[in-house]
Design a protein around this ligand. Structure first.
Ligand code: 3PG
Length: 248
């Protein structure tokens, strides 16, 4: 049996401000820093050890990983930064207030943009200053690989090659892996691992800064999964994520 631990980053400044974030590179809040440290402490106390960590190229996930590694006294852990683990690109919604957007377009439309499997939010224009075309961290990519918006299906299409080519072979080779990523890039991985339908994935919300342990069989099929920490607080945090896209 194999084990892998997923972790969404701690609260970011735009989580706090309730803005659509996507590929915008915002940092953690003080609360987010605490959540990341708590995640590391919970992993340490539960006796987890790791050989390798993966994260995105966005600082909220990277810093969450660093803080958790520090808490586990594992700053030495090899880390692979992979852009394919980035948050789902939120298109022209990036920077907008989620509640205000719901007040303007309706809760249902915002739910479609946030959670539908195959309807992307409106795309950024190519000349929008929010595009990532001139960002040096994506310099090695073809322009076509840099999104202007993404639905979850698009995110699955970029995340799964990272899983199949990098992460799954490392798990099979016996490496114990910690992944620090984002709400929707993790929903993409979990959808594929647990074979969740396009309809049911709408209801999956991932709380910030909480270790999510997956136990996998020899074919990397999930046997069971569980969050570490106070289960009531975790359920409340998941419900709060679901409610972020509603008009006040
Ligand atoms: C964002 O990109 O705004 C968040 O990290 C995830 O947002 P969501 O829960 O609204 O999809």
């Amino acid at each position: 049996m194999y084990k892998i631990v997923f972790m969404r980053h701690g609260e970011s400044t735009w989580n706090l401000e309730n803005r659509f974030t996507g590929w915008t590179d915002v940092d953690l809040t003080e609360k987010g820093v605490k959540e990341a440290k708590t995640a590391g402490r919970l992993l340490r106390e539960a006796g987890f050890t790791f050989d390798l960590a993966y994260t995105s190229v966005l600082k909220r996930a990277i810093r969450t990983l660093w803080l958790a590694m520090d808490e586990m006294d594992m700053m030495w852990l090899p880390v692979k930064n992979d852009w394919r683990l980035n948050e789902r690109h939120y298109g022209a919604l990036q920077g907008l207030d989620k509640g205000e957007t719901a007040a303007k377009f309706g809760d249902e439309q915002v739910l479609v943009w946030r959670r539908s499997y195959d309807t992307p939010p409106p795309a950024l224009e190519e000349n929008d200053p929010r595009t990532s075309f001139s960002d040096p961290r994506y310099a090695g990519l073809d322009k076509a690989q840099i999104p202007l918006t993404e639905c979850l299906k698009d995110t699955v299409a970029r995340v799964m090659p990272a899983w199949d080519e990098e992460i799954a072979p490392a798990i099979r080779a016996g490496k114990k892996i910690l992944i620090s990523a984002h709400g929707n890039s993790l929903r993409a991985v979990i959808k594929m691992l647990d074979n969740i339908s396009d309809t049911d994935i709408v209801g999956l919300n991932i709380p910030n800064g909480t270790p999510l342990v997956y136990e996998l069989d020899e074919n990397l099929k999930p046997i069971r999964h569980y969050y570490l920490g106070d289960q009531e607080a975790i359920a409340a945090a998941m419900a709060a994520v679901a409610n972020q896209g509603k008009a006040k």
